[in-house]
Design a protein around this ligand. Structure first.
Ligand code: SF4
Ligand code: SF4
Length: 369
């Protein structure tokens, strides 16, 4: 079968070899999903690529991996196919190039955002307010009115959601799902459990392969800290929004209050998780990864780490003259994170979840569960 790109041609070759071999069928969801097919369209291969969790087990276990002439390297090829698919699904399509130069793009956008907040604060107030000491409820809004912050971040959040939904739509079309198909609650729940536990990042039960042939759970643990840290930080922001609009209580809040407690717990996860993921990434066997797009992973992980770091700096120094600049720094980093969400590594969570839903649904339709 002809394919749209050279990477998909290679993925087709590998899946054809694997479908004859089937040695790895117990390692993850990719191989059982592959076995349900005799031939592979572009959409099938993109579905399998996004189902792969990059645990590396099928490379380590494979008797046909390099230097064997069959040159079977499933994790590496599926990683490249995944990245190509994300660029193809980007909305608007004109911005798909951001995936290729993601590290540079995020750095520039973050720097511009931080600078814009600093100049914006200076323009809205006089210099004394920017470097002055403000404390108590409403202190942040001496620098920028709450409604202006809410409108700006509401708009960027909405934009990110629309872009992600459009990307998801393109993905579902590509893998042949009818839009609006009736996916059963059982499949949705199974996929939530599989994604929440990172079930397929364990090499079939032994752990993830990283720098050598000794599997560990380190990547899974750091990923959990990052993912759940992000969710808890999101919960902190949501609670703060409810405080503001429903209880007329303005930020900043005391240390013991729920938004700060949640933000501190989530922020700790977002410091330790990304730092660990970054360390694991630099240690990883290059044969397993898409080396050309390594900057995309680093940029996203670093953005999360900086979001937490600047949040903690603001929390610790909010009653000092540094508050104005730290608030600008934190808001700038968060703004850059949200506006670049649809064009970087964040999308792997969305497409992987949708691939897991399809996998769960396929298994149900075939009576395998
Ligand atoms: S990765 Fe290698 S061992 Fe595993 S199914 Fe494919 S060909 Fe067989
Ligand atoms: S790298 Fe891991 S998750 Fe990906 S196909 Fe191989 S065994 Fe499955």
């Amino acid at each position: 079968m002809m394919h749209g790109t050279k990477i998909l041609e290679e993925a087709d070759r590998l899946m054809t070899v694997c479908n004859s071999c089937r040695y790895c069928e117990g390692l993850c969801a990719v191989f059982p999903a592959m076995e349900m097919r005799r031939s592979f369209s572009d959409g099938d291969l993109n579905y399998l690529a996004n189902l792969c969790h990059a645990c590396g087990a099928c490379y380590t276990d494979c008797q046909f991996s390099p230097p064997h002439e069959f040159n079977v390297n499933v994790p590496n090829t599926l990683a490249m196919a995944r990245a190509e698919s994300w660029a193809a699904y980007a909305w608007p399509p004109a911005l798909s190039g951001l995936f290729a130069r993601n590290g540079l793009a995020i750095s520039v956008i973050a720097a511009v955002s931080v600078a814009a907040f600093i100049f914006g604060f200076a323009a809205l107030t006089d210099r004394q307010v920017l470097v002055g000491v403000h404390s108590g409820p409403g202190a942040f809004y001496a620098l920028m009115p709450h409604n202006a912050i809410a409108a700006l971040f509401g708009a960027v959040f909405l934009y990110a959601v629309v872009a992600l939904v459009m990307g998801a739509r393109a993905f579902l079309r590509d893998i042949g799902e009818p839009i609006g198909m009736t996916i059963g609650p059982g499949a949705l729940w199974q996929a939530i459990r599989d994604a929440g536990q990172l079930r397929y990042l364990d090499g079939g039960g032994v752990g993830c392969f990283n720098e050598d042939e000794r599997p560990t759970d380190r990547r899974k643990i750091y990923h959990h800290l990052t993912f759940y840290g992000f969710l808890v930080c999101f919960a902190a922001t949501s609670v703060a929004t409810l405080y503001h609009y429903c209880l007329a209580r303005e930020a900043p809040y005391p240390w013991w209050d729920l938004p700060v407690v949640l933000g501190t717990l989530g922020g700790a996860g977002l410091l330790v998780g990304p730092a660990g993921l970054l360390a694991e990434k630099f240690r990883r066997d290059p044969a397993l990864v898409d080396v050309k797009r390594g900057g995309m992973d680093v940029a996203f992980i670093t953005s999360l780490f900086l979001t937490s770091l600047t949040g903690f700096a603001l929390l610790l120094l909010r009653d000092t003259a540094a508050m104005g600049l730290l608030l600008a720094l934190h808001l700038g980093v968060v703004f850059a994170l949200f506006i670049t969400l649809p064009y970087g590594k964040f999308v792997h969570g969305l497409y992987r979840y949708l691939a897991l839903v399809r996998y769960a649904q396929e298994r149900r339709m075939m009576g395998l569960v």
